[in-house]
Write a protein that binds this ligand. Structure first.
Ligand code: NAG
Ligand code: NAG
Ligand code: NAG
Ligand code: NAG
Ligand code: NAG
Ligand code: NAG
Ligand code: ZN
Length: 505
């Protein structure tokens, strides 16, 4: 319907152009108005019809945005690490925190929870050992006995004993925290001068987190806490990209992939029971793109099996890790074609185009993702440079999962106002906003990324209709079946109406 309207409006403009007398020195204001309206109607939210209360909120937001743009330090023009404390004082940010944002569709398993919780909760549990690697990074393990030494790491120290000998543990706790996040109060440009440096640190963080979060009791509580952070930020649904690793117990015994998935499902059920207005969560099984073909083939087999055993809970499959260093999708084409060959449904949610390496093999991932029938595109940062992929994504309704803060911290963009999603949203390309690895970037939930999208690449113009449409998109482009989407939308609408009436009163 929106395409129809736009065509109709385009026709009006053409008519206007045709009937205007030629040779005018000053352009006709009516023509100008028509062109402006046409563009406004094409952007995200441009076709949304607003209620009276929403219009009232719209006026309020417009004023807030004008004031925000007058701030001496405009947060979206700065690195997020420097902007965060400014964003926290922004009235728009506090409004976005209250806003029901729908679903978080692009979040990874081990970056859901604020690192302070990990340090204050996980590392304070009994039997927690830590060692220091040759590279000054840390590793953890929980064990009932003294664990065997790890190569390239100092002897294991029981944290309980280490802390007992200290008068003040603040410094130790802060240094552990600093190992588990990229966030820093130093100058980010100096600490992370290149993509290689920031990705190396990123990978060290995952290794440091590993022994903490794959310990069964922590694993459960970590996920519950992750859901809490999303729920507290007023999102109601999650699609979590999860590696489903082996989870271990204190005696060193381990659980398999199916156990891990089942545990996610049980904790999700528990969370829903405790918070009935939370809609739920689904898992996208992920595998590192650095693996070889036989490992990938096994992973796809495993994914098909899990999908059969957990059809309601396992949403699909994806590859993770740095695209520029990993293998391209095309390399795995045989493994990734197995489901179609066997007539088995395994939806894909590929990361693609998280790169600025134009013209490389990795840069082909966008087209290959679409060829492989991906349901959504993770990041799609390079989409503007692929007109065919862009067109296909639009026509097939393959939404792009835009994660602004991630793109900035991982050094694809400096100033949010120049983010390529601005162009996509100016023509209402299917887009959702998400947070990727919020804890590692020093963010949480969705609000910080909504802020960057709304204030940064949204510009002055878009207001409430823009926000409404991206929230609705997160349900419309979710992996939920049509009937579940309707239920989720109804729940969201109730929250939205309450939000609008509370703000405008
Ligand atoms: C960690 O959090 C869990 C779940 O909220 C709680 O039961 C436990 O007592 C906490 N442990 C510590 C050491 O803070
Ligand atoms: C230490 O850093 C070097 C250089 O970045 C890297 O090649 C090596 O794998 C790292 N070692 C460990 C144990 O992470
Ligand atoms: C512990 O040390 C930190 C600084 O390292 C300091 O800010 C804090 O006040 C100290 N706490 C106590 C209880 O002395
Ligand atoms: C990680 O922790 C170790 C030990 O506490 C510390 O020496 C090191 O500086 C920390 N690394 C970072 C990046 O903060
Ligand atoms: C693929 O990788 C796995 C795990 O690293 C290894 O065990 C296996 O030998 C590799 N297979 C081939 C064919 O290289
Ligand atoms: C493409 O994916 C959708 C959604 O998972 C599925 O319904 C459809 O059958 C798939 N088509 C092909 C050709 O694989
Ligand atoms: Zn990601």
């Amino acid at each position: 319907m929106s395409v129809h309207l736009q065509r109709h409006q385009a026709a009006v403009v053409l008519l206007l152009l045709a009937f205007l007398p030629s040779g005018l020195t000053i352009p006709d204001p009516r023509q100008r108005e028509a062109l402006m309206q046409l563009e406004a109607s094409m952007q995200t939210g441009g076709q949304t019809v607003l209620t009276d209360a929403e219009l009232q909120l719209d006026t309020l937001l417009f004023k807030m945005k004008q004031e925000e743009m007058l701030r001496a330090d405009f947060p979206p023009a700065m690195h997020f690490f420097k902007a965060r404390h400014l964003i926290r004082t922004s009235p728009i940010f506090s409004l976005l925190q209250k806003m029901p944002k729908g679903g978080a569709l692009h979040v990874h398993d081990f970056s859901m929870v604020d690192v302070e919780w990990l340090v204050k909760n996980a590392t304070y549990r009994p039997h927690c050992y830590m060692c220091l690697t040759d590279n000054q990074s840390i590793r953890f393990i929980f064990s009932s006995r003294r664990p065997r030494p790890l190569s390239h790491c100092s002897p294991w120290n029981l944290l309980e004993t280490v802390r007992a000998k200290m008068v003040n543990t603040t410094e130790l706790d802060n240094s552990i925290m600093a190992n588990l996040t990229l966030f820093t109060h130093q100058d980010p440009a100096t600490v992370y001068p290149s993509q290689d440096v920031v990705w190396d640190r990123f990978e060290q963080i995952f290794l440091a987190l590993w022994g903490l979060v794959t310990y069964a009791p922590v694993f459960r509580d970590y996920y519950y806490q992750g859901l809490t952070e999303i729920y507290t930020d007023n999102a109601m649904y999650l699609e979590l990209r999860a590696l489903l690793p082996e989870i271990y117990e204190l005696d060193g015994s381990t659980h398999d992939t199916a156990w891990t998935l089942k545990t996610y499902q049980e904790v999700t059920r528990q969370f829903r029971a405790d918070h009935p207005d939370f809609f739920g969560a689904r898992i996208i099984f992920t595998v590192h793109r650095g693996v070889n073909i036989s490992v990938m083939t096994d992973a796809v087999e495993e994914a098909m099996k899990l999908r059969r055993d957990f059809p309601e809970f396992l949403a699909g499959f994806d590859l993770v890790g740095r695209e520029d260093k990993g293998r391209p999708l095309w390399y795995f084409r045989d493994a990734l074609s197995l489901p179609v060959e066997r007539g088995v449904t395994l939806p894909f949610f590929f990361h693609a185009g998280e790169t600025d390496l134009e013209g490389t093999e990795v840069d082909q991932n966008l087209l290959d993702a679409l060829l492989l029938n991906t349901s959504r595109i993770g990041h799609g940062f390079a989409l503007l440079r692929h007109p065919v992929a862009r067109d296909l994504s639009r026509k097939k309704g393959v939404a792009v999962e835009v994660c602004p803060i991630s793109n900035q911290v991982l050094k694809l963009i400096n100033d949010m106002r120049n983010h390529p999603a601005a162009a996509l949203m100016s023509e209402n390309h299917p887009v959702v906003i998400s947070s990727d690895d919020p804890a590692i970037f020093g963010a949480s939930g969705l609000s910080y990324d909504f802020y960057e999208a709304f204030v940064g690449f949204g510009g002055l113009r878009p207001h409430i209709a823009f926000l409404k449409e991206i929230a609705v998109n997160s349900i419309r482009y979710s992996s939920l079946a049509p009937k579940q989407q309707e239920e989720a939308l109804a729940l969201w609408q109730k929250k939205w109406d309450k939000f609008v009436s509370e703000i405008t009163q």
